[in-house]
Structure formats: C-alpha cells, structure tokens
Design a protein around this ligand. Structure first.
Ligand code: ADP
Ligand code: MG
Length: 590
C-alpha cells in the first residue's frame, strides 16, 4: 500500500474522534469559544439530548466575514498571535474544534462583529456565507450530530444521560467563570457575578451552606497559591461530582490534585466517600503545561511533588483547625457524652467490681441458619442466652463453640479485626471483608421479594439528580425498586424490596451522585444490586465499627455459612488461622 496524504474531511473526522466525543464535548468547545470571545452571557439549548440540535448563543465580540470564513478551517485560530505555547491565556488555542464538529454534523454560524455593515451567516456544510440580520454576538447551531458517522451515533446514551453530561460541563465552566451568566435549556440558571459561595450553592446544592471551610494560602512566594472552599468532613458525596478543580482558572481533572485532596482527608473520611470542593490553584504559567490532552482537562506540573505537598499541608491544617474547634466545643459542654470504655473503667474500681461485671455479662449465641440482619442487629432475635461465668472451668466454657469452625470471639482490635479462639488456633477475621462476602452471597442467591406501596415514597431531588436516577430506572427495577419521575424535582417509589426500610432519600442521592460521575455502565446493575443490599444491612459493619461479643459471634457464624466465606468479593482473605504453635515460635517456646 502506498503512503497517501489524507483528505481534509477525513483528517477532521479523525480529529473529531478525539475532540467530539458526545454532545457535552461539543457544548464545552462552543462555550469555551464564547468565553474566549469575551461573552458574559451564554445560553445553551440542547434538543433530544443533543442529537437533533445543540445551540450556543453568546454576547461576545463576534467575527467579521473574513474570520468567519477561516474559523471552520483546520488549525485556524485567532488565539495564538505569537508562537509562544507557554503563555496561553485563552481556553482554546488548537483551532480544531469548529472544523472537527463541522465534519460530524451540520453547523450553522450567525455572527455580528462591530464595524461590519451587517451580520453574517455561514453554512459550514456548503461553505456558503450570506448576510444575516443577526446583530450581536454569535449563535452556533450544531444539527444532526454524528448523522454522517452512524457508528458514533450508536455510542450516544439516552437523552437524559446526555443532558446530564452537558449540565456537568456547564457547571464546571460556571464555577470557573462567576463573572459570566449561564443558562441551560431554560431550566438551569447560573446568574453572572455571584460570589463563590453563592455559585457553589447553585452548582452543588443548598446543603453546602454553612458547611464549607475557606482555604487561602500561598507557598510564601507568588509561585504557588491556592484558594477556595473544601467541605467539612461530615459533608461528603458518594462520588467526585462535586469536586471542582482549577489550575490558573482552567477547569482540570488532575491526578496530582485529586490525589492530594484524598490524602488530606485520609484520616477523616472513608476512601469511598468524596469531599466537596472548589479549589483554585495559581501557578507561574512557566511551571505548568496545559497543552497535554485535546480535551485539555489534564495538566503537567513541572514540580508535581511540590504542588502535592503544598496542597496536602494547606488542607490538613485547615481540617485540623475545625477538628480542634469541635473538640474544644465538646469539652466545654457539661453534658458531653462519656466514651463507652471510660464508663466501664470508671465503674470498675476493685476486684469485686470486676467479678460482678463479668458475672452479669450476657452472651448471646445465635443459631447459624437465620437471617443475618436479625442476628447481628436485632436484639430481639430469638437466640438462646448463655451466661458466661468466669468461675466455670475453661473446658465447659469453650464447649458451646466446639463445633463451630471459626470458634469463639474473644475481642476486637483496631475496630476492624475480630479475634477468635478455636482449639489451638487464633483466628483473625477482617470484619469488613466478611460483611461484604456475606452480603454479596445473599444478593446472588436470594430472589428479591417486591412489595407494592399503598402510598408511594416521594423523594425531593434536584432536576439533575432526578435525571440521573431516571437513566437507571430499569436497573433499579431489576433490584426490586420501581420508581418514576414525579414532576421535574421529585422521584416517587411505587414498589420496593419487602422488609427493606431504608433512608431512600439518602440512597437515591448517593446513586444519583454515582451515575452523574461515572455514567451508565454494564456493571451498574450488579453494583446497584449490591448497594441496595448493603443498605438493607443497615449500611453497617465497616472497618472502624465497634462490635460487642454477640455481634462478633453472629458474624463468625454467618461466615461459616457463606459460600466462599474465606474471601471477600475482591479476592482478599476474610480470615486467617494462626496456630498457637506459631505463636510459640514467636515467643521462642518451641
Ligand atoms: P480555537 O478555539 O482553538 O481557536 P476553534 O475551532 O474552536 O479553535 O475556533 C476557531 C476560531 O473561530 C477561534 O479562534 C475564534 O477566532 C473563532 N470563533 C469561534 N467561536 C467563536 C465565537 N463564539 N465568537 C467569536 N469567535 C469565535
Ligand atoms: Mg475553541
């Protein structure tokens, strides 16, 4: 095969493969162009999720006839007047977006530039330009997206899902540019000149108010600075949807910053929960390269370790301040609850106290066939009670557990491992892994009993969350949850799995967060299923949770009764058996 120079239309379609992924990426490029043109009001309309048409109208400076003609040519840009790629102040600079979009859709541009006798209209498909009565700013209309490349059309998701992605883009730019007003589909409004907190509330929801911590620091020079807000540890989301990061004003999704954010919250938030934030990082433009990916959401720092350390230090210091505030508040409170352990030790002052305490401790051993929830969480479960009496011979004491492979629970360490004793073995159980395994097996093997509700449960949500939930309606149905949109801002649940009385509002918000962050995937159904089941288990038993002995024993019995109970769903071990002989070796007894 001989080497050939590709024709322009093909080069553009190939470039479009990178730049134009979906309607949201079209909107992103068009909005960035509007911002670069100095607009302070941008109106976006998306019809049929963007398939039929995407229109972006701005009040920027517009284009004269000559520029309009060049704008849809490849590598044509007005944004690199000199050849310095290190000092990029515009959002776009590649001159790729318009020709790429035009190669996979029908683009019409109306624009007016001061000094021209009239506005102009360009039909990008025919290349024809004619006078128009357009008299301010620019309107770009993209119709029949991907009609020319049907293979790409197949990858578009449902209308609601595509609109949601568009909304996320609008939000990101709205966070970046508070001086500009944005409107999407006449439903979402982000007025111009909001202050940062007002904008954050408009974008993330009103629940953030009063719960964000201000950040303002520089590294001692003007080379590196950070400002914005991060959430108190008690305010978090199930995904990273509400994390807004900017480098020199440009929205980014950067691994260095995300990693630093996670590290800063490591001690105060579970790894699967996400803090909210709007963080603006300022750097000398020579210390950062924004010219990394065509979608331009990644950056390269010259000194990533320095940036990371600076962010972690700043955020940790701010989080520590609030922790101290909380501690001193509770210390000042006369009725501050006394931690459980202190109660115990305070009550035990002499040998008699210890004896009484031991004599009165009641241990509940459950039969191993029953329902997990009931055994662990319902104290009314009909299990026989055994009084552990210290005076008894050890042999009698262990009897009850002799037939049980994982033996008798003797305690918990680090609030995450259960220690058990069985014959001549010490057994260490990872309680979280065990819980996951049990839940997963339950979900896998039990058909869900669905219960229709006499009165539907109505959960109020923002429009975007309702949209998110509606994109997974079928998956939820498979998991026994039948629901529908109830107007624009609520969801009504009509059927639910029997006996699952959950905090539905909280659960639906979590699912919405995840769908908005990760989109719709084939694994979603399994994940939702598991998530619902997890909630059914009272969202409980994580590492970090204190258990009493009867809860520990109930958990041990459940692992014994679970298929593949030795491993969690991710293949990690659930328990380890350490023979006392091995301990003897450690203590040099053998
Ligand atoms: P880039 O933004 O990288 O320069 P584009 O293909 O997105 O490349 O746009 C090409 C050119 O068209 C821009 O450089 C700009 O001069 C002009 N242009 C595009 N959109 C607008 C708009 N909304 N208002 C004014 N000029 C625009
Ligand atoms: Mg552009």
């Amino acid at each position: 095969m001989s080497v050939r120079i590709l024709p322009d239309f093909l080069v553009n379609q190939i470039a479009a493969g990178e730049v134009v992924e979906n309607p949201a990426s079209v909107v992103k490029e068009l909005m960035e162009n509007a911002l670069d043109a100095g607009a302070d009001q941008i109106v976006v309309d998306v019809v049929d999720g963007g398939r039929t048409s995407i229109t972006v109208v701005d009040n920027g400076r517009g284009m004269n006839r000559a520029d309009l003609e060049k704008s849809i040519m490849r590598h044509a840009t007005s944004k690199l007047p000199d050849d310095d790629l290190t000092n990029i102040t515009y959002m776009g600079f590649r001159g790729e977006a318009l020709p790429s979009i035009a190669s996979v859709s029908d683009v019409t541009i109306d624009t007016y530039h001061a000094g021209e006798p009239n506005g102009w209209q360009l039909n990008a498909t025919t290349g024809e330009i004619k006078p128009s009565n357009w008299d301010s700013g620019t309107r770009i209309r993209v119709q029949n997206l991907f009609a020319k490349v049907p293979a790409r059309l197949k990858f578009l998701r449902g209308d609601r899902a595509e609109v949601m992605s568009v909304l996320e883009i609008v939000k990101r730019l709205a966070m970046a540019r508070r001086d500009v007003g944005f409107v999407l589909n006449n439903k979402w409004f982000f007025p111009k000149n909001q202050d940062l907190l007002e904008r954050m509330a408009a974008v993330m929801g009103d629940d953030i108010l009063g719960r964000m911590l201000e950040i303002n620091a520089d590294s001692g020079s003007t080379e590196l600075s950070i400002h914005g807000f991060i959430s108190e540890p008690t305010l978090r989301r199930a995904s990273s949807v509400d994390q807004f990061l900017f480098v020199n004003g440009r929205p980014v999704k950067d691994k260095v910053i995300v990693g630093a954010l996670r590290a800063a919250y490591m001690d105060v938030m579970h790894a699967r929960e996400f803090p909210l934030c709007a963080l603006f990082l300022g750097l000398n433009p020579h210390n950062v390269d924004v010219n990394v990916s065509p979608a331009k959401t990644e950056v390269h720092f010259l000194e990533p370790a320095h940036v990371r350390a600076f962010i972690i230090k700043t955020l940790r210091a701010r989080l520590a301040e609030t922790m101290n505030e909380h501690v001193s508040v509770s210390q000042n409170m006369v009725d501050a609850p006394v931690p459980h352990q202190m109660n115990l030790s305070a009550g035990i002052r002499n040998c008699d106290d210890i004896k009484n305490f031991n004599n009165s401790s009641v241990m509940r051993v459950c039969d191993s066939g029953g329902d997990y929830n009931k055994k662990v969480f319902d104290n009314r479960a009909s299990c026989p009670d055994f009084v552990i009496n210290n005076q008894e011979e050890p042999a009698t004491r262990v009897d009850v557990f002799d037939d049980m492979p994982l033996g008798r629970a003797i305690g918990q360490i680090g609030d995450k491992y259960i220690l058990a004793e069985k014959e001549n073995n010490l057994i260490i159980v990872d309680q979280h892994a065990a819980h996951e395994r049990i839940t997963y097996e339950r979900v896998r093997t039990h058909a869900i009993k669905v219960q229709p509700l006499l009165t539907p449960i109505v959960v109020n949500m923002r429009i975007e969350d309702v949209n998110a939930i509606m994109t997974v309606v079928d998956e939820l149905k498979l998991s026994g949850v039948v629901l529908d949109a109830f107007g624009d801002t609520a969801i009504a649940i009509f059927e639910k799995p029997a006996d699952w009385d959950l905090d539905w509002a909280h659960l639906l918000h979590e699912i919405a967060d995840e769908v908005r962050a990760n989109g719709h995937s084939v694994q979603l159904n399994e994940k939702l299923h598991l998530k619902l089941a997890n909630w059914a288990c009272h969202h409980s038993l994580r590492a970090g949770q204190k258990l009493d002995l009867n809860q520990m024993n109930a958990l041990l019995r459940d692992i014994e009764n679970t298929t593949r109970g030795g491993q969690c769903n991710h293949g990690r071990p659930v328990y380890k058996v350490i023979p006392i002989a091995d301990l003897d070796v450690i203590f040099e007894r053998s």
